[in-house]
Ligand binder design. Structure first.
Ligand code: E4P
Length: 191
């Protein structure tokens, strides 16, 4: 299982790179906003620093502008992966991006049924949000185990990225479940 950092902080990325265990980065609009810099400058710096996939999230809610934004994000670097939300517009824009040969990460996934939709549009990555499920008294790890099992049984190529992880035990359990990638904030790795 690959380890990703969920951050837009270049110092955190450099520090984890130093350990030799960083395989990629996930960003989201909140994390990029925290850096108080032009988002494009933040993304470009991360794409250059990381030897692996970097997920950059679309913010347009409608399919057409989301698709256009996705095309622009993909052009920022060969290791860019475009995040689209698990919404009807996200699926439509995502499928068009996939047809263009752009790798997408379907984010904000909260159930195995949604994970099946992501795989069916040819997503490169699906991101179930474990911590957010736990926040509403659902079992995030159980959903992840089901998604991994379904993908295995159905031989889907989509990579399962365990997201919204909050502590090291989440990473251990995601590895046991068979996730391809686990992403966590820097604080989780230095606990
Ligand atoms: C992953 O791609 C997301 O950025 C991240 O895991 C979001 O989780 P959180 O909003 O619960 O921190």
């Amino acid at each position: 299982m690959k380890l990703f950092l969920d951050t837009a902080d270049i110092d955190e990325i450099r520090e984890m790179n130093r350990w030799g265990v960083l395989s990629g980065v996930t960003t989201n609009p909140t994390l990029v906003h925290k850096e108080r810099m032009d988002p494009e400058a933040v993304w470009k710096e991360i794409l250059t620093e990381v030897d692996g996939d970097v997920s950059l999230e679309t913010t347009e809610p409608q399919a057409d502008p989301m698709y256009e934004q996705g095309v622009s994000l993909a052009q920022l670097g060969p290791n860019a992966v475009v995040k689209v939300p698990m919404t009807p517009d996200g699926l439509e824009a995502g499928k068009r991006l996939v047809k263009d040969g752009i790798r997408i990460n379907v984010t904000l996934v909260f159930s195995p049924a949604q994970a099946i939709l992501a795989a069916e549009i040819g997503a490169y990555i699906v991101s179930p949000f474990l911590g957010r499920l736990d926040d509403v008294a659902a079992d995030g790890m159980y959903a992840l185990r089901q998604i991994c099992e379904i993908y295995d049984v159905q031989s889907y190529d989509t990579n399962v990225l365990a997201a919204s992880l909050r502590h090291p035990m989440h990473v251990v359990e995601a590895a046991l479940a068979g996730a391809d990638i686990a992403t966590m904030p820097y604080e989780g790795f230095v606990k």
